[in-house]
Design a protein around this ligand. Sequence first.
Ligand code: PLP
Length: 367
Amino acid sequence: MIDELVPAHIRGLDVYQPGKPIEELERELGITGAIKVASNENPLGPSPRALAVLPAALASLHLYPDAGGFALRRALADKLDVKLDELALGNGSNDILYQLVLATCAGTDEVLTHKYAFLSYRLAAQIPGQPFVAVPTTAAYGCDADALIAAITPRTKLVVLGTPNNPTGSIVSRADAKKILAALPERALLVIDEAYVEYAAAWPEIDHVDGLALFRSHPRVIVLRTFSKIYGLAGLRVGYAIAPRVVCDMLGRVGRTFHVGSLAHVGAVAALADDAHVAQSAAQARAAIEKLRAEVHGPGVTVLPSLANFVLIDCGRPSTPIYDKLLRAGVIVRPLAAWGLPSCLRVSVGRDQDMPRVIGALNECLA
Ligand SMILES: Cc1ncc(COP(=O)(O)O)c(C=O)c1O
């Protein structure tokens, strides 16, 4: 019966596997005090400025939110020095990627990225039935600009690149971004997913592309950002695109009405002004990543560089048994077999007080 009800491209979809909830592990093992470093959340918590303004917004929950998101777009426009109509909001930045595929792709139009890109890019293409193309990466799991360019065809419509990329932590250099843009067909758009951009700002000595600068200099660049990561508002579900006016207009047509809630609007405006929380979070993540890279060891183990709030650990052998062992030690990380990286784990930065236990458990399980 399912064959008749559901088209083949939907039946074949992978189900996104989120990190295991702490409560679930504690229930299963009968333990308390488990640590979750599996979902790239901000261990410092939500922006305190957002927390301060949210209670007052509760009294207006009987009203629909501003569908145009004026206050948040105004705040973003001022902060980023872009025009109001170059901003579109979404129920998280993932939502905007889904909208982008709907708004721009038809027929055989392809979504192009690399093999170890964020899983949502695949889903965003495949749910509406668009072809998805993922090219091989460099040996270090980074974007191979030449391989990407070689895969561009007359059907390419969206080229999607995360930088820093999830789950590899790899970045796209300025030179590679330029090269890709030079090869971008007239009919295609380059989408730069900057979910972790505020974290990358803590590594000024490392060359990586500046999506906003690229947007200003090229008419077919779209930048996606989110309040889920450094701002600590993953539960509110709000992200934004900086995009050409015509693209924002199309996003407005395909997005569901009232898809960003009123608490998300209010919280995001306040968080955007919370420079202290952003700076503190970026510095904490950098220090934790440096610690993970310096202190996690094991035979055949490599902790890859990262400018985000997580690291990719290549265990040099199947990682799922190591993931299971870590669970039994009360530490939840992310196994990456489902992402095509069966020897790898992704470990998010934890709270400072939790890092010694995370590193200790990793070293024990990787020994
Ligand atoms: C690279 C990347 N893009 C987008 C997102 C999704 O963010 P949002 O919560 O805004 O949908 C994530 C979340 O993990 C991510 O890692």
